[in-house]
Design a protein. Structure first.
Length: 549
């Protein structure tokens, strides 16, 4: 099943994306706490918060706007989905749908919608909007980047004004997430006037005909400068949002973001560097909220090229990298070495899989046995006249990854592997990586909350897909399909455990680290609880202590 490459590469290269009425089983979970600042004061209405962001949004229609972190963050404040995932990865909470239930064979899922949700022009949000949204999500002219997640949906039917049913070709573990949490509901009465065949070229039209269902509405948008969201007075949760406005100010340079946070021009910065912590902590009126992300950083070798198709060579590379030193040097207490794409704060992490140790002697042994020896005494291993040399690339502007390349060059040099670090302009790197024109790359991924890892490890994703390293293993392909087909995630857990064992054995990637994101916040802004789902999570509950503009 092919996936849209642009969606996944946004995540790949820019990684810095039931306890409810329905009674569905839990989806996933973390060990983690959701950090935030405690305050004895009561929330109050009024005022605004100014957020520093690195880039502008691309539009207001989620299904035709290029996927990016900032687009998702902002559009989820304008529109609501059927249900909300919660940051514990266990709970799915009601939103537009107040309850839901599966049929006995789990091939039908019925949602019961709230009857008090209206669009910002006063029109009610109904099951017709859900049906319309499904049509938009899956229409080939619209070509939504995440449409693949709905491959098993056969039909969506409005049973009455506030009841809608999804019918599936089969039961599987992530039906609720795929249909209800993966996208927002779109306004049929406003946007249904435009044929789907014209959606891809209608960015300005959607903005001119914008109606919203979320806590905020769009007040103004000055491209490459700022996006201003205002309170939606027709939002269904009484008293929310507390803020009058949420201002997203485009400040591309991270150093400028930090300066503006410390001077009070910004109330929140989504991502700080560990090097910034001391300055923030020594400045009155500012705090840091750290939290573990659901992303990870890895070194991937291009297995189209010799010798990286050999498991022992890939394992030798992992043994030859002192990952703990990388973490200590680059992240300090805000990072940790990982053993798999599922980091330790996620419930599906296999506790029996430990990171391979730094063991240069074992690395040398594996390379010797594979026939890579230093035949001419120049310090670089060779075989059949070819040197064991790696061009290692990453994207410019990411200081942590660039620092890692330099350390890896020195460490692998000790075992006779010549590494040439190269930081590339972002778009050039995408082109090279997608075209298979690289030896090795340091990348970032965010794990899918559905635990569907086909995007990274399935053979079908090699040609034109997102398996950029061309890892291919029929046993893995079958396991990935089995995980997807499991009736629920509890039954999928042993399969997910096996996946991590297999990845530990094959080392398609050298999994380097997981880091914490460091959010900088001025103390006047309260209620901030960022997490691995959204940095602006629950912004409708944010408030300013003094109510000032």
């Amino acid at each position: 099943m092919p996936r849209n490459v642009l969606t996944l590469l946004t995540v790949l290269l820019l990684t810095i994306s039931a306890a409810c009425g329905g009674g569905d089983e839990p989806t996933a979970g973390t060990d983690g706490e959701t950090p935030g600042a405690e305050t004895a004061a009561e929330p109050r209405s009024g005022g605004q918060a100014v957020i520093g962001v690195s880039s502008d949004i691309g539009g207001v229609n989620e299904v035709v706007t290029p996927n990016s972190l900032i687009n998702t963050e902002i559009l989820r404040r304008l529109f609501i989905p059927l249900v909300d995932e919660q940051p514990d990865f266990k709970t799915i909470s009601p939103r537009l749908a107040e309850s839901w239930e599966f049929s006995e064979d789990r091939k039908s899922l019925t949602f019961h919608l709230r009857d008090d949700v209206v669009w910002s022009d006063g029109e009610p949000v109904t099951s017709a909007d859900v049906v319309f949204s499904y049509r938009a999500w899956t229409d080939p002219d619209v070509a939504w980047e995440a449409a693949y997640a709905l491959e098993a949906v056969e039909a969506v039917e409005a049973m009455d004004e506030h009841t809608v049913r999804f019918d599936f070709s089969r039961a599987y573990s992530t039906q609720l997430l795929d249909t209800a949490a993966g996208a927002v509901i779109l306004p049929e009465h406003a946007w249904g006037q435009k044929p789907f065949s014209e959606w891809r070229t209608a960015g300005d039209w959607f903005r001119e005909n914008l109606v919203v269902s979320g806590p905020f509405d769009l007040e103004s948008w000055t491209p490459q400068q700022e996006v201003v969201l205002k309170r939606n007075p027709l939002y269904y949760e009484e008293g929310l949002p507390y803020l009058d406005r949420l201002v997203l100010r485009v400040v591309p340079n991270q150093a400028n973001q930090l300066t503006q946070l410390l001077t009070g021009d910004l109330d929140l910065v989504i991502q700080l560097s560990p090097d910034d912590v001391e300055r923030v902590e020594s400045t009155a009126g500012v705090r840091i909220i750290p939290y573990w992300t659901r992303g990870y950083i890895a070194l991937g070798t291009n297995q189209r090229r010799a010798p990286f198709g050999a498991v022992d060579v890939r394992r030798a590379i992992t043994y030859g990298i002192d990952r703990q030193t990388l973490v200590d040097s680059i992240w300090g207490e805000y990072g940790r070495v990982i053993a798999s794409p599922i980091p330790p704060n996620i419930w599906a992490y296999n506790q029996d899989v430990e990171p391979l140790p730094y063991d240069p002697d074992e690395a040398r042994r594996l390379l010797d046995e594979a026939g890579w020896t230093d035949s001419d005494g120049d310090g670089v291993r060779d075989k059949d006249g070819e040197a064991l040399a790696i061009d290692l690339v990453t994207n410019t502007g990411n200081r942590q990854r660039e620092d890692a390349m330099v350390l890896i060059q020195e460490q692998l040099g000790r075992i006779g592997v010549a590494v040439t670090p190269q930081a590339m302009e972002f778009n050039t790197m995408i082109q090279n990586v997608m075209g298979g024109d690289f030896d090795a790359v340091i990348t970032g991924w965010q794990i899918p909350t559905t635990f569907d890892f086909r995007y990274a490890f399935a053979s079908e994703e090699i040609d034109g897909g997102s398996n950029i390293i061309a890892y291919s293993n029929p046993e893995m392909d079958q396991l990935l399909d089995d995980i997807r087909s499991a009736p629920n995630l509890e039954e999928a857990k042993p399969l997910i455990d096996r996946l991590q064992v297999m990845l530990q054995r094959d080392q398609p990637y050298t999994f380097l680290w997981q880091s914490q994101r460091l959010v900088g916040v001025r103390n006047r802004l309260q209620g901030v609880e960022p997490n691995h789902l959204f940095s602006l999570f629950d912004a409708r509950h944010w408030w300013v202590e003094d109510g000032a503009e």
